[in-house]
Design a protein around this ligand. Structure first.
Ligand code: PBG
Length: 332
């Protein structure tokens, strides 16, 4: 940056801040409804809108209610929703075959939403944790999360989601080699236009706690995910993961969690210039909601400020549970 500032009083930074009109003129970044992806939870049943206790204002929808929510999202101008299944604990196994069942709850939900609102992009989650008896994203053998066998399972899962009509596949599992394997399978099965948003810089974070409640994985999870998710201390490793996933055929990349990892958002955008997204995860949402409920912060203002931070940090968009609320505000 050139140092072109004349000394005080010729330069007064407060001049262009002095009215709303001037502030609007000099504003560097904008938050728009186009930037939002809304993560939603789906479960069995009809007419079900089940509140998630650790995420006030967030629900698990049965497919019919999900379709209604999808219509509302589309009417608000939100370009995409991202589906996460809640699986009945009795259906979870060590081998996770429900994950690639064409009629599992996630695949039925994709079909229903694409039938009802074809213009709304549907993003999916690819990982075994909602279906896994031990709560891990991969297949566990003798206490080890096995990489290559998991990748084979994830590829089957990806193809079924593509067949169901998904627009964006979201591998969130952090196995090595999964993007390349999925891309090759998609190409050879004719799904040349199905995009992949890789959870490329996904950290082993405690901010995912409320999400694991929402998908029913908390009680199942044995141990932690540190052997596959990135150490929160590591920046260069995260950048190498992003580079790797782009080289294997990811169309878009994600940094997750969001706010505590804004440095990575900026790094990723500057280094690769690829479409870059942040996931403002469940724990970030829960913290804002909890403080707001206590009257400690203005929830709506903090919500908007947090989302603008992602734009300032170089993100093209954000996955956020606030999406419909923000959209309503931005639409006036
Ligand atoms: C699991 C997955 C997680 C999230 C999205 N996909 C949790 C985890 O890795 O344990 C977290 C999302 C959130 O916290 O909002 N594959």
């Amino acid at each position: 940056m050139r140092n072109s500032q004349a000394p005080f009083p010729r330069t007064r930074f407060r001049r262009p801040r002095s009215s709303a009109a001037l502030r609007a003129l000099v504003r560097e970044n904008r938050l728009s409804v186009d930037d939002l992806i809304w993560p939603v939870f789906v479960r069995e049943g009809t007419g079900v809108e089940e509140p998630v206790a650790s995420m006030p204002g967030v629900f698990r929808f049965s497919v019919d209610c999900l379709v209604k929510a999808a219509r509302e999202a589309h009417a608000l101008g939100i370009p995409a929703i991202c589906l996460f299944p809640y699986t009945d604990p009795s259906l979870k196994t060590e081998t996770c075959e429900i994950a690639w069942d064409p009629d599992n709850i996630a695949n039925r939900a994709i079909r229903a939403v694409k039938d009802a609102v074809p213009e709304l992009a549907v993003m999916t989650d690819i990982a075994l944790d909602p279906y896994n008896a031990n709560g891990h994203d991969g297949i566990v053998r003798d206490g080890i999360i096995v990489n290559d066998e998991t990748v084979e399972a994830l590829v089957k899962m990806a193809l079924e989601q593509a067949r169901a009509g998904a627009d964006i596949l979201g591998p969130s599992d952090m196995m090595d080699g999964r993007i390349g394997a999925m891309r090759a399978a998609l190409e050879s099965d004719g799904f040349t236009d199905v995009t992949i948003m890789s959870y490329a810089a996904k950290f082993a974070s405690a901010y995912y706690g409320p999400f694991r409640d929402a998908v029913g994985a908390s009680s199942a999870l044995k141990g932690d995910k540190k052997t596959y998710q990135i150490d929160p201390a590591n920046r260069l490793e995260a950048l190498r993961c992003v580079e790797r996933d782009l080289s294997e055929g990811a169309d878009m990349v994600m940094v997750k969690p969001g706010l505590p990892y804004l440095d990575l958002c900026r790094d990723v955008k500057d280094a690769f210039g690829a479409p870059t997204f942040a996931y403002q995860v469940s724990g970030e949402y829960a913290m804002i909601e909890a403080a707001a409920a206590n009257g400690w912060i203005d929830g709506e203002k903090v919500m908007l400020e947090s989302l603008m931070s992602f734009r300032r940090a170089g993100c093209d968009g954000v996955l956020t549970y606030f999406a419909p609320r923000v959209a309503r505000i931005l639409n006036g």
